[in-house]
Write a new protein. Structure first.
Lengths: 250, 266, 470
C-alpha cells in the first residue's frame, strides 16, 4: 500500500476557547476518495478549516503530515502551494478582481513564473467548457452577485485550475439546484481523472456521492470519529440517519 | 505680511468644528485654467483631462457629458480642481476621477440636478502612498423630480497618506421621486494612514430615497484566508486587493484605450 | 375619528403643560455678571474652589463664540435668562410628605412617586434650580451606593472625589454652553456605586423646569467603580411659556474597569426650550457605557452624548430616537473616541420629522492611532412623514489606524404605502396605521426601556402622529 498523502493524528481543535474536535485520526492515500459524514454541528467543517489553516480555528493538539511534511507549521498559502485545496461553504465576494485574474495571480505565485494572458485564457475557457459553464464567468468579479449555486461552481472551476493533490470539498453540494449539482459532479469526476489526486468530501447528505467512487467513509459525531468503513456505510446512513451513532456515544 | 489664503471644498452642511472638515484653507496659488462648456440638447461629449481645471458646464435637456480626470502617481504639484455642472431635463453627467498619486489633490465637484429625470454619477478611485493627500468635496443637489445620483468611491491608503471625502446628497423640496446613493469603500494598509469620511444626506422632500453605506478598514480576515488558501501570500494578497479597489473604478471608464492603459493588462 | 384626535391632544398636552404659579423663594436677576455668579455661589454655600471655578468659567463663556454649525439659537437672549431660581422648599427632602404641595402635585401628576414605589431603586426630583426630593431604597443604600445631590456631596466625605472629577470630562473650555454651565450650575445628582456592586433596579432623576424665562443647569456626576453595574434614568419636562427657557445641563459619567452603566433619557421639554446639553462618559478597560436616548421635546436641541473609550476593550452602545414636530429643530447624535486597543462602538439611531420639524443626526467617530483592532458600526435611519419637514444626516469619521473595521450606513425614506395599505386592510385607520409604523420604526429605543417608559414613549409618538394629521 502506498504511503499516505495525509495523516491526521489525534487532532484537537478549538473555536473561541471551546474544543470542537476531541482527537481525530484520518489517513488519506494518493488517488483515494474519502467521505466525512456527520450530523450538523459534529465538527466536519472544523476539520477542513483547521487543515487549511483558518485563523479562527485553533489547533490545540495532535499532528498533521501532508506529503511527509508538518502541515500545521505552514502558513495558509504555503499549505495551498504544497497541494492542499478547500472549497469554501461560503466563498468570499471580492469586488474588483475577476475570477480569471484571481486564478492567474494564484497560479503565478505558486509557480513563480508569469503566465501568458492568452495561454491562460485558453486554459480557463477549456475548463469552463468541461464544466459546461459560460465563458463570461471568467470576466465577472469573483463571487460578487453570484447565486449560491454559481459560487459553488466557481469553487469547482478553481479546483480544476489549481490542480491540488488533495481537495477538501466542504458541503459543496448543499443548497444546490439540479444544474449546479451536475456541474459539481462533472468537476469532481474530472478531478478524479488524475490518478494521484485525492479527495475528502465533507457532507451531511449522501445524494452527491451516488455518482462517485468512494474508498472510505468516516463518521464524525460530537467531534470524534465514531465509525469508519467502506462505501456501504453511505447506504446505511441514508437509511438510518446518524441517530444510531449518536446513541452509541450517548 | 501674511500670505493670502483661500478656502476650498466648503461643504453644504457644516459639522463639529474640531473635526476640521468644514472647508480647507489653502495658500492661494496659481489658479487652474477656467473652462466653460454648454452641451446642447441631445449631444454627447466625452472629455479626458489630465490636469486640474475650473469647469462650469451646462447640460441642456437630454445632453450627456462624461468627464474623465486621471491624476498620475508621478505628479508632484498641487492640484486644485473645481467642477460645477447643471443638468437639464434627462441630462446625464458622469464624472470619472482616478487619483493614482500626486502630492496633494483638492477636488470640488458640485452637480445640480435641476431638470426632471437628470442623473449624476461620480466614480472616484484612488491609491495614495507616502505623504500624499486627497481632499474632496462631492455634492449632488437634487432639485428636479425623479433625479438620480450615485457617488461611488473606492480606494486604498498606504504609508502616511491622508484622505478626506465629503460626499453630500441634498434632496431639496420639490425633487419628488429622487434617489440618491453613496457608497464608500476604503482599504487601509499601514497604521500611519488617516481616513476621514463625511457622508451627508440632507433631505427636505418626503417622496425620496437616500442611502449611504461605508466600509473602512483593513483587509478582512476571512478574505485574506480565502486568498491564502488559493496559494497567495500576504503581501501579494494585499497588493491584489489594493489594485482591485482602484480597478473597480477604472473598469467603469467609458474610454477603452485609457481604461486598458490604466488596468495595465498585458 | 377626528373626535378621538382632539380628545387625545387636549388631554395629553395638558398632561405636561400644567403649571402652578411660580412661588419661588429666591431668584437672581436675569443676565450674567461676576456679581450674579458670586451671588449664586454664596446662596449655594460653595466651597472657595467652586466659587473660583464659576468665575473662571464665566470668563471662558464671555470669550467663547457661539457654535457656527448647528441650528440657530438666535431666539435665545442670555440677558433675559434667569440662571438661578430656588423653589420655596427645603432642599433635599427625603420624605415625600415634606415636599411643598404645589411641587409635590407637579411630580405626582408626572407619575414620579408612583414609579418610585413600583420600579425604582431611588429617585431624585429637581424643581427649577434645586433638588427638592431625594430618596434611595434602604437595601440599595446598605450596599454602599450613594445617591445624593451634588451640593451636599461637595461638603461630605466624597468632596475630594467630586473635586477631582467635576467638569474634568467636560471642561468649561469645551464649548460656550459648557462654560455657562460651569458658571451657573445648580442641582443635579451625585451617584457612586462601589466596586463589584450590581444595582438591580434603576435609579431615576426627574427634572422639571417650572419658572418662565429661567435656565436649568443641573450637574450629574456618576461614578460606577470597578466591576459595578448601574442603570440610571433621566426624565425631563417643562410647561410651555411664551418666553425662551434654557437647559444647559452637564452629565459626567465615569465607568470603571469592567463596570457597566446604562444611561437612559426620555426628554420631553416644552417646545420653547433651548436644550444645549452636554453628556460625556469615560470608560476604562473592559467597561461598557450604554446610552438610550429619546428626544421628543424642546424648541432647539444640541445633544451628542460622547463616549471616550479610554481602556482596552471598552465598549459603547448608543441607541437613540428623535422626533421633531412643528417648530422643532432637534440636532442630536453622538460622538465616540476610540482611544485604546480592542474598543468597540455601536450606534443605532432613528429620526422622524413631521409638520415642518427639522431633525438632524450628527455624529463623530474618531479612532486614534493607538486604538488598534477597534470596531465601529453606525446605522442611522430617518423617516420623512410629510413634504414640509426636514431630515439631515451628518456623520463624520476620522480613522487613524489601519487596524480597524468601520462600518457606516444611513438610510432616509418615507412610510411605505404598501405597509399602510396592509395595516388598513386589517382594519386600522390610516392615522392609526401610520402611528403604528412610526412606533415600530422607533422600537430600537422602546425595546431597551423599562416597560413603563416604553409605554410613555409610544404614547408620545402616538400623540405627535395623531395630533398633527387632523
Amino acid at each position: 500500500m502506498a504511503a499516505d498523502m495525509l495523516t491526521v493524528k489525534d487532532l484537537r481543535v478549538s473555536v473561541e476557547d471551546s474544543e470542537i474536535l476531541h482527537g481525530v485520526d484520518i489517513s488519506i492515500g494518493p488517488g483515494e476518495t474519502h467521505v466525512l459524514m456527520g450530523p450538523n454541528g459534529a465538527g466536519k467543517s472544523t476539520l477542513g478549516n483547521a487543515l487549511m489553516g483558518n485563523p479562527q480555528y485553533t489547533v490545540t493538539g495532535g499532528e498533521v503530515r501532508f506529503h511527509g511534511e508538518d502541515l500545521l507549521e505552514k502558513s495558509v498559502n504555503e499549505r495551498a502551494a504544497s497541494g492542499l485545496f478547500m472549497s469554501f461553504q461560503n466563498p468570499i465576494e471580492i469586488p474588483g478582481i475577476s475570477l480569471e485574474n484571481f486564478m492567474r495571480s494564484a497560479i503565478e505565485q505558486r509557480s513563480g513564473t508569469k503566465l501568458r494572458l492568452w495561454d491562460f485564457r485558453k486554459q480557463v475557457r477549456a475548463t469552463l467548457d468541461t464544466l459546461q459553464m459560460e465563458h463570461s464567468y471568467a470576466e465577472r468579479d469573483l463571487n460578487v452577485g453570484f447565486s449560491g449555486g454559481e459560487k459553488k461552481k466557481a469553487e469547482i472551476l478553481q479546483l480544476l485550475l489549481l490542480k491540488p493533490s488533495l481537495a477538501i470539498l466542504d458541503e459543496t453540494d448543499s443548497g444546490l439546484d439540479v444544474d449546479a449539482v451536475k456541474t459539481v459532479s462533472r468537476g469532481i469526476k474530472e478531478f478524479q481523472k488524475d490518478q494521484e489526486a485525492s479527495l475528502l468530501v465533507i457532507t451531511h447528505n449522501a445524494a452527491i456521492l451516488d455518482a462517485l467512487h468512494v474508498d472510505k467513509v468516516h463518521v464524525l459525531v460530537n467531534g470524534r470519529i465514531v465509525k469508519e468503513g467502506g462505501a456501504e456505510l453511505i447506504k446505511e446512513i441514508e437509511e438510518n440517519g446518524f441517530s444510531a451513532f449518536e446513541e452509541a456515544i450517548a | 505680511m501674511t500670505e493670502k489664503t483661500v478656502t476650498v471644498n466648503t461643504p453644504l452642511a457644516k459639522t463639529f468644528g474640531w473635526l476640521h472638515v468644514n472647508g480647507t484653507h489653502l495658500l492661494a496659488g496659481e489658479s487652474a485654467p477656467e473652462k466653460r462648456l454648454a452641451i446642447a440638447c441631445g449631444d454627447e461629449k466625452i472629455l479626458i483631462l489630465n490636469e486640474a481645471v475650473r469647469l462650469k458646464a451646462e447640460l441642456e435637456d437630454n445632453a450627456v457629458f462624461r468627464l474623465i480626470q486621471v491624476r498620475y502617481a508621478e505628479e508632484e504639484s498641487r492640484a486644485v480642481n473645481d467642477i460645477q455642472v447643471t443638468c437639464g431635463k434627462d441630462a446625464v453627467f458622469e464624472w470619472y476621477r482616478v487619483i493614482l498619486g500626486g502630492r496633494a489633490t483638492y477636488d470640488n465637484c458640485s452637480v445640480t440636478l435641476a431638470g426632471a429625470g437628470s442623473r449624476f454619477e461620480a466614480n472616484i478611485g484612488y491609491r495614495l502612498e507616502g505623504e500624499e493627500l486627497m481632499d474632496m468635496n462631492c455634492e449632488a443637489i437634487h432639485t428636479g423630480k425623479k433625479t438620480e445620483s450615485l457617488i461611488r468611491a473606492s480606494g486604498v491608503l498606504f504609508d502616511r497618506a491622508s484622505k478626506l471625502l465629503r460626499g453630500t446628497i441634498d434632496l431639496r423640496r420639490g425633487c419628488a421621486g429622487a434617489v440618491g446613493n453613496e457608497t464608500e469603500d476604503v482599504l487601509l494598509i499601514d497604521d500611519t494612514v488617516r481616513n476621514r469620511s463625511v457622508p451627508v444626506i440632507l433631505c427636505s422632500e418626503e417622496d425620496v430615497v437616500g442611502n449611504h453605506g461605508a466600509s473602512i478598514g483593513r483587509l478582512d480576515e476571512d478574505l485574506l484566508f480565502y486568498l491564502q488558501s488559493r496559494g497567495i501570500d500576504n503581501a501579494s494578497a494585499t497588493e491584489l486587493m489594493a489594485k482591485a479597489r482602484v480597478d473597480a473604478i477604472i473598469r467603469r471608464i467609458p474610454d477603452g484605450q485609457l481604461r486598458a492603459a490604466l488596468l495595465k493588462e498585458d | 375619528m377626528s373626535e378621538t384626535k382632539t380628545h387625545i391632544e387636549d388631554v395629553k398636552r395638558a398632561f405636561y403643560d400644567f403649571r402652578f404659579e411660580e412661588n419661588d423663594a429666591y431668584r437672581v436677576r436675569s443676565g450674567l455678571t461676576p456679581e450674579i455668579i458670586k451671588e449664586i455661589s454664596a446662596e449655594k454655600k460653595d466651597p472657595d474652589w467652586m466659587r473660583d471655578f464659576r468665575l473662571k468659567s464665566l470668563e471662558i463663556f464671555e470669550r467663547t463664540p457661539m457654535p457656527d454649525w448647528g441650528p440657530s439659537i438666535e431666539g435665545l437672549d442670555m440677558d433675559n435668562i434667569v440662571t438661578y431660581v430656588r423653589p420655596n422648599a427645603e432642599r433635599m427632602n427625603t420624605r415625600w410628605e415634606d415636599v411643598p404641595d404645589d411641587i409635590k402635585d407637579t411630580f405626582e401628576r408626572l407619575g414620579i412617586p408612583q414609579a418610585e414605589r413600583t420600579s425604582l431603586a431611588g429617585v431624585g426630583a429637581q424643581y427649577d434650580s434645586e433638588l427638592v426630593y431625594h430618596n434611595v431604597r434602604k437595601e440599595v443604600a446598605a450596599m454602599g451606593v450613594v445617591y445624593t445631590d451634588i451640593e451636599s456631596a461637595l461638603h461630605g466625605e466624597y468632596a475630594d472625589m467630586i473635586r477631582e472629577r467635576f467638569m474634568h470630562l467636560v471642561p468649561p473650555t469645551d464649548h460656550k454652553f459648557a462654560a455657562l454651565h460651569g458658571a451657573v450650575w445648580s442641582g443635579g445628582s451625585f451617584v457612586y456605586v462601589p466596586p463589584g456592586i450590581s444595582v438591580e433596579i434603576p435609579l431615576q432623576s426627574y427634572f422639571r423646569l417650572n419658572a418662565p424665562g429661567a435656565g436649568q443647569f443641573e450637574h450629574t456626576l456618576i461614578i460606577v467603580d470597578e466591576g459595578a453595574d448601574l442603570h440610571f434614568i433621566e426624565g425631563c419636562s417643562a410647561p410651555k411659556y411664551n418666553v425662551a427657557n434654557l437647559h444647559a445641563g452637564c452629565v459626567e459619567l465615569y465607568v470603571g474597569k469592567n463596570a457597566k452603566l446604562r444611561y437612559s433619557t426620555i426628554e420631553n421639554w416644552s417646545k420653547n426650550m433651548y436644550n444645549l446639553n452636554t453628556k460625556r462618559a469615560r470608560v476604562e478597560e473592559g467597561g461598557k457605557i450604554e446610552w438610550i436616548s429619546g428626544s421628543f421635546g424642546s424648541h432647539v436641541s444640541y445633544l451628542y452624548p460622547m463616549s471616550v473609550l479610554k481602556g482596552a476593550g471598552a465598549r459603547s452602545e448608543f441607541t437613540g430616537v428623535t422626533f421633531a414636530g412643528a417648530g422643532q429643530n432637534l440636532d442630536t447624535g453622538c460622538k465616540v473616541v476610540h482611544g485604546a486597543p480592542d474598543t468597540t462602538s455601536y450606534v443605532n439611531t432613528r429620526s422622524i420629522s413631521k409638520d415642518g420639524g427639522i431633525s438632524t443626526f450628527r455624529s463623530a467617530i474618531v479612532v486614534e492611532p493607538k486604538a488598534v483592532n477597534s470596531r465601529s458600526s453606525v446605522s442611522c435611519q430617518s423617516l420623512m412623514v410629510d413634504d414640509i419637514s426636514r431630515s439631515d444626516t451628518i456623520p463624520a469619521m476620522d480613522i487613524r489606524t489601519a487596524k480597524a473595521d468601520i462600518g457606516h450606513e444611513a438610510r432616509i425614506g418615507r412610510i411605505s404605502d404598501d405597509a399602510v395599505f396592509y395595516l388598513m386592510s386589517r382594519g386600522l385607520s390610516e392615522d392609526e396605521a401610520r402611528a403604528l409604523i412610526v412606533s415600530g420604526f422607533a422600537d430600537n429605543v422602546s425595546k431597551e426601556l423599562p416597560l413603563e417608559y416604553a409605554v410613555e414613549m409610544n404614547n408620545l409618538i402616538r400623540i405627535e402622529m395623531k395630533g398633527a394629521i387632523g
